[in-house]
Design a protein around this ligand. Structure first.
Ligand SMILES: Cc1cc2nc3c(=O)[nH]c(=O)nc-3n(C[C@H](O)[C@H](O)[C@H](O)COP(=O)(O)O)c2cc1C
Length: 196
C-alpha cells in the first residue's frame, strides 16, 4: 500500500481515525485525510483536538500526510486515474454510509469512496451506531455486495484489553490486517489451551 485515503465523519470514534493515521504515516504510507464538517466537530469534541492543527503538527515530522478539502472535487483522489490504493472511512456515520451506498458523490469523501468501488480498489467502512435500523443494515449489505468491506467498530475482548488504547489498537490492527499492512497492534490468536 502506497497511498491511502482516510475519511473521518461525524460518528463517534474519532480516536480510531487518529490512531490509524498515526500508524499509516509512521510506516511511510502517503495518507490523505478527508473530514466532513461534522467529522471535524466530533473529532474536536471527543479528543479535545483541532484536526487541522493536529495534522499541521504531524507534518512537522512527516511529509506523507495531507488534509484534503472535502469540497474540493478537483483533488487528485476524486479521479479514477489517480493512483490511490484504498479508502477507509473511520468512523463512518450512518449519513455518510447512506450517501456512499446510494452513489452520491457530492463531496470529496463520497467521490473517493465511489472511485474506489468503480475501480475495484479497497473500500473499508467502519460504521459506528447502535442500535442499527433496517436502513443502516440495508446500506451496509448493499455496499458489502458490491465489494466494500464492513469492519464495524466492535473491539473483541478475548485479548483481555486493559485500557482504551488496547481497544483502539485492536480495531486499528484489524483494519491494517485487512490492508495487509504488517502490525503488532494486538496479539494474533494462536492455538489456545482451554478446558471445556
Ligand atoms: C457527539 C456526536 C456523536 C455522534 N455519533 C454518531 C454515531 O456514532 N453514528 C452516527 O451515525 N452519527 C453520529 N452522530 C450524528 C452525525 O454527526 C450526523 O448524522 C451528521 O450529519 C453526520 O454527517 P457526516 O456523515 O457528513 O459526517 C453524532 C453526532 C455528534 C454531535
Amino acid at each position: 500500500m502506497k497511498k491511502i485515503v482516510v475519511g473521518i465523519t461525524g460518528a463517534s470514534g474519532s480516536i480510531y481515525a487518529k490512531r490509524l493515521i498515526e500508524v499509516l504515516v509512521s510506516k511511510g504510507i502517503q495518507t490523505n485525510i478527508i473530514a466532513t464538517d461534522k467529522g471535524k466537530q466530533v473529532f474536536n469534541y471527543e479528543l479535545s483536538l483541532d484536526l487541522k492543527k493536529w495534522v499541521e503538527e504531524l507534518k512537522n515530522t512527516y511529509s506523507n500526510v495531507k488534509l484534503e478539502d472535502n469540497n474540493n472535487l478537483f483533488s487528485g483522489v476524486a479521479s479514477g486515474s489517480h493512483g490511490f490504493d484504498a479508502v477507509i472511512i473511520v468512523p463512518c456515520s450512518m449519513g455518510t454510509l447512506a450517501e456512499v451506498s446510494h452513489g452520491l458523490s457530492k463531496n470529496l469523501l463520497c467521490r473517493a469512496a465511489d472511485v474506489a468501488l468503480k475501480e475495484g480498489r479497497k473500500l473499508v467502512i467502519v460504521p459506528r451506531e447502535t442500535p442499527f435500523n433496517a436502513i443502516h443494515l440495508e446500506n451496509m449489505y448493499k455496499l458489502s455486495r458490491i465489494g466494500a468491506t464492513i469492519i464495524p467498530a466492535m473491539p473483541g475482548f478475548y485479548n483481555h484489553p486493559q485500557t482504551i488504547d488496547d481497544l483502539v489498537n485492536f480495531m486499528v490492527g484489524k483494519i491494517l490486517n485487512y490492508l495487509n499492512i504488517d502490525n503488532n497492534l494486538f496479539n494474533k490468536w494462536e492455538d489456545t489451551e482451554y478446558e471445556t
